[in-house]
Design a protein around this ligand. Structure first.
Ligand code: TTP
Ligand code: MG
Length: 348
């Protein structure tokens, strides 16, 4: 008797230096230059940097002042979020030529299940090549793609040899790839978990593989099973096309810190926009969360749930006022104000 195991064909696509590449594409004068998308001001941060700037050590989430120190010739470009979102939709349209099973992870990243696909291709590699080619020729942008039999490995594959990467991890190569990874790059292993594992003497994937399932779940609960499986190349997560929206929010960062009356006015405008979004998406939720960021970047959130749906100005204003009453605003004011509506435990 022969048995053959059929594997899924999963692709992970991640655009290279996404915002920066869009800017370099649209403004030829910026091509080949170190650029950063973000605010150059004293309080600005880098959203992303072109690969030319990365050579100097500039990276996402770095304060702009630090970036300028590392790379004095760095050119700052303002972020155009709406534009990037529309490019992201164009990328998605390319994916849709091959499959409808698409799971967007962020504005520039998605998983695709092409086990059954619209062009009858027999390998994921063939489709990944076509997608990269379409993105390059039609959008003038570069993407990295990874192909494997599950999401975890497809993501590892797309990160491998970025930018302009294309990598396939076959089932019989999985363990070899995994063993080259630092444990921090496993899905779900953040800095805190990594620290705990290091304290137990676990630095590498082979060491992690020696831990029993019982020990891992004792230490990390449900996540223990995930680590146990991942380190063996097992990940049964589906590529999910639909995700129920858990919250709808709106926030505003001010060009100057605001205080007093200006906060009330800002709150009104955030509420108006929030209610507009809630209704546009026909979202039903009774929980409101207020987010306030102070000039020193400390951020505070306060939530409360009521009986009414937060889909109108009146109910949101009442709930927001109560939350804001519990916040002590320092003399220096605030730099960001945000509100979001979500579902309560009972509603989910
Ligand atoms: P990433 O895919 O993490 O970064 P990237 O596309 O710029 O670079 P890479 O080639 O390494 O994939 O994020 C996608 C976009 O999201 C990025 O272009 C800008 C934005 N972003 C932020 O605004 N802030 C952040 O801290 C990060 C990580 C990304
Ligand atoms: Mg990217």
């Amino acid at each position: 008797m022969t048995t053959s195991k059929t594997y899924r064909k999963i692709i992970h696509v991640d655009m290279d230096a996404f915002f920066a590449s869009v800017e370099q594409r649209d403004h030829p004068a910026l091509r080949g230059k170190p650029i950063a998308v973000g605010h150059a001001g004293a309080r600005g941060v880098v959203a992303t940097a072109s690969y030319e700037a990365r050579k100097f050590g500039v990276h996402s989430a770095m304060p702009s002042s630090k970036a300028r120190e590392l790379c004095p010739q760095l050119i700052f470009v303002h972020s155009r979020m709406r534009h990037y979102q529309s490019v992201s939709r164009q990328v998605r349209e390319i994916f849709e030529r091959y499959t409808d099973i698409i799971e967007p992870v962020s504005i520039d990243e998605a998983y695709l299940d092409v086990t059954v696909n619209k062009i009858g291709a027999s390998t994921g590699l063939e489709i990944a090549k076509l997608i990269k080619q379409n993105i390059r020729e039609e959008l003038g942008l570069i993407a990295s793609a990874g192909v494997s039999y599950n999401k975890f490995l497809a993501k590892i594959a797309s990160d491998y040899r970025k930018p302009d990467g294309l990598c396939v991890i076959h089932p019989d190569q999985a363990i070899e790839f995994i063993d080259r990874l630092p444990i921090e790059s496993f899905w779900g292993i953040g800095p805190a978990t990594a620290k705990r594992l290091h304290a137990l003497g676990i630095q590498t994937a082979p060491q992690l593989r020696e831990m029993s399932l019982a020990r891992l779940t004792e230490l990390f609960g449900k996540a223990g099973l995930t680590y146990y499986n991942f380190v063996r190349g097992i990940d049964d997560r589906e590529v999910t096309t639909y995700r129920e929206r858990k919250s709808v929010g709106c926030e505003e960062t001010f060009s100057q810190d605001i205080r007093g009356k200006a906060i009330e006015q800002a709150l009104e405008s955030v509420i108006e926009e929030l209610v507009r979004r809630v209704n546009k998406q026909n979202f039903k939720g009774k929980r409101l969360t207020l987010k306030v960021r102070f000039p020193d970047f400390t951020t505070l959130t306060r939530s409360s749930s009521g009986q009414e749906y937060l889909d109108n100005i009146k109910s949101v204003t009442q709930a927001a006022a109560k939350l804001l009453d519990n916040v002590t605003v320092p003399d220096t004011g605030i730099r960001l104000l945000g509100l979001s509506v979500s579902k309560t435990e009972q509603e989910i």
